[in-house]
Write a protein that binds this ligand. Sequence first.
Ligand code: NOJ
Length: 561
Amino acid sequence: MNKAWWKESVVYQIYPRSFKDSNGDGIGDLGGIIEKLDYLKELGIDVIWLSPVYKSPNDDNGYDISDYQDIMTEFGTMEDFDKLLKKAHDKGIKIMMDLVVNHTSDEHQWFIESRKSIDNEYRDYYLWKKGVDGQPPNNWGSCFSGSAWKYDESTEMYFLHLFSQKQPDLNWENKKVRNEVYDMMKWWLDKGIDGFRMDVINLISKDQQFPDGPKGETSLYGDFGPYSVNGPRVHEFLNEMNRKVLSKYDIMTVGETPGVTTEEAMKYVGNDRNELNMVFQFEHMGLGDGPDGKWSNLSFDLNDLKRIMTKWQKGLENGGWNSLYWNNHDQPRVVSRFGNDKKYWKQSAKMLATCLHMMQGTPYIYQGEEIGMTNVAFESIEEYRDIETINAYNELVNIKGKDSAEMMAAIYGRGRDNARTPVQWDDSENAGFTTDTPWIKVNPNYRQINVKSQLHDQDSIFNYYKKLISIRKKNEIVVYGTYNLILEDHQEIYSYTRTLGDKKLLVICNFTENTPVFNLPEEIKYNSKEFIVGNYTTECAGSIESFELKPYEARVYLLHS
Ligand code: NOJ
């Protein structure tokens, strides 16, 4: 297998708005990130993925960019950014920026021009269409509810927005748009940043016929998926981007690609493809989806999770590479979702970390995950800040008549604000995040769950993550070993091996509060074994042929043959 620094790295995602406020305005900022670089160094991560810090009116918290070459006022200045980059580099930490180029903000200069007239030189930077009998050009629904088309009075035409009405989609068919994007990328790379996480990059190419999408029984709108997800020219565009920009720098790239299969993913990340290093797949994040998508919030089955993770591990092992994540700024907290955030909070957070960090791929830790931050349940919808959540509540409850308590329960389970409550630094007011009123409420459990209380506690979740990272650094097998699922149909245990040369890593994770018995499959032969890590302090030196696991127990052994 080809070696690369980005395969050997651990990434930490920062959602700046909720990370740390340094100037007392209730909003996280670049100064706050600078303050906490030593903390990240202590954890042992290699790369920061910085969610958008660009100028933005914040309709979607920075994923609606009005100037790609300026910094959001609330976050600081370009000087602050340069300082952050320099300080991070001095500490050996790289910075990967978010690249949001499927759409801009409607307050971006390009769009302000584009909407002025049909012959404006920026008109074709966006996707404008005439309506049909007073209706939008097709039935596509936006990811944030409602039609994906918005009527604009000045030229009596509709523009496409797959996300909010303030996020018009760029027209990637237009070469000028592509070149503007590439120039902007080069500008950042020449500044010295270390890569890009590319927002919904598999949506940039749309079927130019713009056909109606299929409509489900319960949906008001059609699904744009077949005509925009992994669209007709997406690989051509990424190949061009690679040739003109990416290939000229030693950087790391990860594409956010909802709806991607392993076969399709190989087209984005295959060694011979010259596109991206890795993608974020979403199959495991879709567990529990139902007729109302994620707002159905059904329970998940461990065997589905095993099947999906295994499919990705095996599907990309020859010539591809995986990203590994349980969390990001769009997903609920993993300890609440796949673990048990009450009685077995600590054990299950560590078990989940073990299960993910021992797989093949580049692990991503989302801020607060390393201290086991949990989901939140605000009392009323008014306390939520996320546009997706608020719009979905309006559409499902107010228009389609879903029971409001049921919807609130779904929001508690799957809403994006679960990930966006401020990082809990200590047990002082507002969790030490800010001295002012935070832009979104702090999770009330910050007195029990916070960084300060975990830093010096050797048994803490923080110190466990630190240990997992150092194990990865010391053992090539964790990075490059080949994955194989064992005990395939076990309902409670997720167990797999990683093989490199004559060594095998044996990973055993109990996903329940029961005490199932682990039986080592006969085909696994070894001469000697070494206990590497586990989430219970009890001695693990005994036989591994058959033993009882404790609730949410995780153990990792290195077997020598
Ligand atoms: C995916 C991002 O992760 C999400 O936060 C955002 O709302 C959409 N893309 C639109 O940019």
